[in-house]
Write a protein that binds this ligand. Structure first.
Ligand SMILES: NC(=O)c1ccc[n+]([C@@H]2O[C@H](COP(=O)([O-])OP(=O)(O)OC[C@H]3O[C@@H](n4cnc5c(N)ncnc54)[C@H](O)[C@@H]3O)[C@@H](O)[C@H]2O)c1
Ligand SMILES: [Zn+2]
Length: 354
């Protein structure tokens, strides 16, 4: 057994267990974290085909009664209707306050199941079992949950910390290449924010040293940031590196550009602009471009500066007449900078290549 454990000291605190093959014996960890409770596994149609049986049988081996709810895979399911169906499912199966929701899947599953666990009976136990790189390094830790509304992404949500996160890196072997690259953008983001070593591990486009070790580093960085700022009023904003411009790109493309790809372009744009205004060390933007390109990620966007700015100004992260951007100083260190809405256009323009 080669288990890595990261402690997250938010709320009552919880452990993130990372181990190849851990899903086949997740029942033991479920019991350790949630006690003798029933389990309601929430998962999507793709992940159900691949891993539901494995998780359910490990839980049953530990005499844990299991119910499961499968929804159609994809971001379009992350809405109030699916949330309602999950809540009705929990109620029909008479899950009680003492029982546990298991989120088995990517970020869409984690956000939906986490939301349901936070409001059903005003909150029941939650265990996250991430199966995408993005959910392993990002969404399964930190406690944000959300659904999309017609007016925009993630507009309704709650904070709900899990009892445990059980992460099996072996599940990433079945992940489509595009989804893997999506997650890599977030890993590279952590490198630029916190660690040159992590960043350099992706220099040649390889999968990073050991993917379990990479996940452990990212989770530890996210954990520390969230510990210092659980409710997103200060330091946690750093995790938005590349996301303001990235969200604009996603919006302008009507969400056909995947999140990680949009964030990658957003990071490169901000780094080039950062160099031009003298915040970012010379050479940093080029280093970022190289790593992103070697990992099959974009470094710019075809949308006009005007379109990107107007999409950014309708973003929920806007705070009055200023917008907070995350700008790299060098690899491993970034700062928050407030820009007036009027200066944003000029800033993005400096970062665009074409
Ligand atoms: N709560 C947070 O802090 C947070 C942070 C970042 C992103 N998010 C949210 O996460 C979502 C994106 O997450 P995602 O990229 O994991 O998307 P996702 O959950 O839709 O998963 C991507 C695709 O991969 C499939 N899949 C999942 N695991 C697989 C596996 N092991 N093998 C094969 N296929 C597999 C899924 O069925 C889906 O089709 C967005 O909705 C975003 O808003 C939340
Ligand atoms: Zn992201």
């Amino acid at each position: 057994m080669n288990r890595r454990t990261v402690r997250i000291n938010v709320g009552k605190g919880y452990d993130v267990y990372i181990e190849n093959g851990i899903l086949s014996h997740c029942g033991e960890l479920f019991k350790k974290s949630a006690g003798n409770t029933r389990a309601a596994i929430i998962t999507d149609s793709n992940v159900a085909n691949l891993y539901l049986e494995k998780v359910a049988s490990s839980l049953k081996n530990e005499d844990i009664p299991v119910e499961s709810f499968v929804f159609e895979a994809g971001e379009k399911s992350k809405n109030i209707n699916t949330l309602t169906s999950i809540l009705e499912f929990l109620a029909e199966n008479r899950l009680t306050k003492a029982d546990t929701v298991v989120a088995l899947g990517g970020g869409v599953t984690g956000d939906l199941a986490g939301f349901a666990a936070s409001v059903y009976f005003r909150g029941i136990n939650l265990i996250q079992m991430p199966t995408t790189l993005l959910s392993a390094v990002d969404s399964s830790v930190g406690g944000k949950t959300a659904v999309n509304l017609s007016s925009g992404k993630n507009l309704a949500g709650t904070f709900k910390q899990p009892k445990a996160v059980i992460c099996d890196p072996e599940t990433l072997l079945t992940l489509p290449d595009g989804e893997f690259r999506n997650g890599k953008a977030e890993v590279i983001k952590y490198g630029i924010l916190f660690s040159k070593e992590l960043f350099d591990g992706f220099a040649d486009g390889a999968k990073g040293k050991d993917i379990g070790e990479t996940i452990e580093s990212c989770v530890a960085f996210k954990g520390k940031t969230v510990e210092n700022d659980e409710f997103d009023s200060g330091e946690r904003k750093l995790l938005n590196l590349g996301h303001t411009v990235g969200h604009s790109i996603e919006k302008c493309s009507n969400f056909t550009v995947p999140h990680g790809f949009a964030v990658a372009a957003g990071i490169a744009i901000v780094a080039r602009a950062g160099e031009k205004i003298g915040i970012t060390q010379n050479g940093t933007a080029k280093a970022i471009e190289n790593v992103l390109e070697n990992n099959g990620l974009p470094i710019d966007s075809e949308f006009s500066v005007k379109d990107l700015v107007s999409a950014a100004l309708s973003d929920k992260k806007r705070d009055g007449d200023k917008i907070t951007l995350v700008i790299p100083q060098k690899i491993g260190k970034c700062i928050l900078k407030d820009l007036s809405v009027n200066d944003l256009e000029d800033f993005i323009d400096k970062g665009k290549k074409y």
